[in-house]
Design a protein around this ligand. Sequence first.
Ligand SMILES: Cc1ncc(COP(=O)(O)O)c(C=O)c1O
Length: 413
Amino acid sequence: MNNPIPNLGTAEILEGYQQFVVPSYARFPVAFVRGKGSYVWDAEDRRYLDFCGGIAVNVLGHASSVVGKALGEAAGRLIHCSNLYYHPAGAQLAEALVRRIGAGKMFFSNSGAEANECLFKLARRYGASRGAFEILTAQGSFHGRTLAAMAATGQEKVREGFGPPVPGFRHVPFLDLAAAERAIGPATAAILVEPIQGEGGVRPATAAYLQGLRRICDRHGLLLLLDEVQTGSFRSGRFLAFQRILESFEKGNDFLPDGIAMAKGLAGGYPMGATWIREPYAELLGPGSHASTFGGSPLACAVALAVLRHMEEQDLGRQIREKGERLRAELEALASPERRLIRSVSGVGGLWGLHVRRDARSVALELMDRGLLVAPAAGNIVRLLPPLTVSEDEISEAVAILRAASRDEEAMS
Ligand SMILES: Cc1ncc(COP(=O)(O)O)c(C=O)c1O
């Protein structure tokens, strides 16, 4: 196939961005031109093992034929039609997602922040009749970069220099049930948490915490909302991370939140956001209350359906659980609280956080030089987010790179 993008070297590409692209990202100095499976190649044809995975987007790896085929077929049939109309892929995807979560309905959008925005509007509609509008979120959380998602995010630095935050968000300590309950006031309408804080440094919630929040929300008449943007799409080893966290809990099967935001891996790299709303709350968002021009297009829904079916046919959830356990054991063997590069390890399935002894970005840069891509997070954490299709050999390769980096760090200290 002809590539319409001319061949440019890394320097030229970086120069293009420097001149013409808003400098809002702290990008690493590398430009990628192609990928296959767990690997990507830069403009000088150097190969990298990609455990950044588009920060939890590339669930099937790069250049997946499943994604490519679904995109091609849908593009040849119907790319877009307005949400003034219906289409079969939307009906099928909504049903597939609802069946994997619980009785409710879906709203489709294009990103994680938008999926959360739907939850924010749901909470406000829910509280409107009694004048409640406030959402409690967790310190250290991350919910996106729109004005409302920034206000929801429990990290002061994302709001700096952007004027008054959108009102109606307050942050409480993560994993602290008593603090959450104390913070509830007459204006509170909902509590929103990530079942595993991702950008905040791979901090999983416990089953007791999620169950406790459910009880608190029931007691005070609040909605319990989950942000599964980073943790959904089998990243944890189950379709959603709350299902993984609660599976060993005796009453886990009864647990349901009232709303869930999803995005990232849903369509294997094609932009898609989705919000599940529990029955009967979906009816709060009646005609004219919420919309998105591109949300839930025939193309996006067809790709998401193909990705979901493939993940289940291949049992990628079970596979990443098993491989994840092996990765955990190997990473823990490299970790030591005192002298080593890696102080400790947290995570589950295909989402791992390595607490490193120096700035996460400098460690990510060094690992990139050694041919391994990882994603920095807050609090000196580097995340490993391999595709769910990662092979045992690729895990060995990643561990070998980390072991070599760790050995060199120890030798220098
Ligand atoms: C938990 C969580 N919520 C929301 C978002 C925002 O998603 P998006 O960048 O697609 O708007 C992210 C992105 O990293 C995320 O990790």
